[in-house]
Design a protein around this ligand. Structure first.
Ligand code: FAD
Length: 526
């Protein structure tokens, strides 16, 4: 007999992991070994537009988790299963083969994944109920379903959500949503000699998944430098944000763990990245944000651990969620992550390619193929948009503000369907995450919860002046413009652009803006 923890793509860690902790406690109670399982499911990756970088990051982190579990004599069995429809039956077959009576997993809120888990439970029951499946909340700080309006619905606007979310953080001790889940207890070393379980230690994590290999060795190397895998690395990236200073020389593909990338500060509350976050988080020309999103999206670090760490910087170790401090503002961003996951769980249509605002389903989009490709390639002729899109290609990551600018440009200036942009981001970014990506895209396209009003359209040139005042961000990612000084960097005159081999703008912003307002005002009419 055994207890099994089924690890998913969003909880790639051994510490502070609720399902793993429960599975471990159960195994200990029953006096049986704990086993861990990971199923690679290429068809699910296709369905979710997962990119090679995200899959590669998964595999690298799995290798790290496998080693930490193995040190506790807990095997991590990794297998690939192709037809997603038969995945629950395959998991049940493994559980039976291992004589496991209990399975624990953290809930994934995407519709297909919820259906898969329901199916597994149905199959287990139809099979005589020999395997009990327990699914628990772990991804958010406050689980979806707990933050509801007076009439029991999910919030569709962030500010009241935040006000209702904050009181959930107050309980202390084990009841606190920030409480750290206990580490798994080691199995007896004797498990390695067991005829069935011992063999599971031989299971290795593949180098790549068929159809998701990163063929370019330079790209592989770059991703490994920018996004080192493992829980220790995630902890160091968090530490870098909390205790070291931002530097404008670190805009691109820096190794976050190298000493040079970490300039310590004596006064973290004032000078560190988090200390300055309230005022400087939107600056594209300084490396001011945490860059933790790939680790949070893959669950290499829990959101709980992030907020807990910030309490070390506050008076009386209080949880700061105010608008007035760096720490507070950062924790509010973590709340955005909760918010979008709650939206995903409570309004499943958003994960089915549908707009949250149903009336926006009829907005008429342009299908000029060349424009979409130019946007993806960072050749729209709008420097800040192009810098953002090239940052995405180079690093698999973009600063939040430039995601907003680039997304708004695609949906309002080029009038291209937000779903095409959403797909491209998922395929390109290491932190690709359905809830946050869909939330961000529907915000920008004015189709979502708490969206940008459709008539308030970013002027990309004004934005560029505001959030890249030195122009360093553009110079860093758009080499054609590297030598341009002064204001012209934001909107190079046609003669200069031609001379430098930089494209002229695809559309005139003011005309495009008028077109977008007309189409959004009366969806379906034009
Ligand atoms: P920090 O500023 O240090 O914030 C800390 C953490 O809070 C982030 O790591 C993230 O987990 C969370 N967070 C911050 N801002 C947001 C937000 N607006 N929405 C949800 N969570 C947030 N984030 C993803 O993790 N994956 C995505 O695929 C993704 N796609 C996006 C697409 C668009 C069009 C937009 C506008 C935003 C998207 N975001 C996405 C949200 C946000 O841009 C990133 O989380 C952020 O830029 C990551 O950088 P950071 O870790 O340095 O953030």
């Amino acid at each position: 007999a055994a207890v099994v923890y089924w690890m998913r793509m969003e909880d790639l860690r051994a510490s502070d992991n609720r399902a793993l902790a429960l599975a471990s406690a159960q195994a200990r109670h029953d006096g049986v070994p704990l086993l861990a399982l990971f199923v690679l499911s290429p068809q699910d990756y296709v369905a979710h537009d997962r990119g090679a970088r995200r899959v590669d990051f998964t595999l690298r982190n799995l290798q790290s988790v496998r080693a930490s579990l193995a040190a506790k004599h807990i095997p991590l069995y990794t297998t690939t299963h192709a037809p997603r429809t038969t995945l629950p039956a395959r998991v049940l077959a493994l559980l039976k083969q291992w004589g496991a009576a209990r399975l624990y997993a953290n809930i994934e809120y995407e519709v297909d994944e919820l259906r898969r888990d329901v199916r597994l439970r149905e199959l287990a029951e139809a099979d005589g109920g020999g395997v009990a499946c327990t699914f628990v909340h772990d991804r958010c700080i406050v689980p979806p379903g707990q933050v509801l309006t007076k009439d029991g619905r999910g919030y569709s606007v962030y500010s009241p959500f935040l006000r209702a979310w904050i009181p959930h953080l107050t309980p202390k001790g084990e009841d606190s949503p920030l409480a750290c889940a206990p580490d798994p207890v080691p199995n007896s070393a004797a498990v390695r000699g067991h005829p069935v379980y011992g063999a599971l230690f031989e299971s290795t994590v593949p180098e790549y998944v068929e159809g998701f290999a990163m063929d370019d060795p330079e790209e592989r190397e770059r991703m490994r430098i920018c996004w080192p895998a493992g829980e220790d690395a995630a902890g160091q990236v968090l530490d870098r944000f909390l205790h070291t200073m931002a530097r404008s020389s670190q805009l691109g593909a820096v190794d976050p763990l190298k000493e040079g990338a970490r300039v310590p500060t004596k006064n973290p509350n004032r000078d560190s990245r988090v200390g300055k976050y309230k005022d400087e988080r939107d600056r594209l020309d300084a490396d001011t944000t945490s860059r933790l999103s790939p680790y949070l999206a893959a669950g290499v670090i829990s959101a709980r651990a992030c907020v807990r760490a910030t309490t070390e910087l506050t008076a009386n170790k209080k949880i700061d969620v105010s608008r007035d401090t760096g720490v507070g503002r950062w924790n509010q961003e973590i709340a955005w992550r909760d918010f979008y996951n709650h939206v995903l769980a409570l309004f499943p249509r958003v994960s089915m390619g549908r707009p949250f605002q149903e009336k926006m389903a009829d907005v008429r989009w342009e299908s000029e193929g060349g424009h979409l490709q130019a946007w993806k390639d960072g050749r729209t002729g709008v420097p800040v948009v192009d810098a953002g899109m090239r940052q995405a290609r180079a690093m698999g990551w973009m600063h939040n503000r430039v995601r907003m600018i680039a997304a708004m440009y695609l949906t309002k200036d080029l009038m291209i369907d937000w779903r095409l942009g959403e797909k491209h981001f998922m395929e390109t970014l290491v932190d690709g995450d359905l809830a946050s990506n869909n939330g961000g895209w529907q915000w920008s396209a004015s189709t979502g919860v708490d969206p940008a009003p459709y008539f308030r359209i970013f002027n990309p040139y004004t934005q560029s002046h505001k959030v890249d005042p030195t122009g360093e961000y553009i110079r860093n990612f758009v080499p054609e413009l590297a030598k341009v000084r002064g204001e012209e960097i934001h909107q190079p005159p046609p003669g200069l652009a031609d001379k430098l081999g930089y494209p002229r703008p695809l559309v005139d912003h003011n005309e495009a803006r008028q077109r977008a307002i007309r189409r959004y005002k009366n969806p379906g009419a034009e």
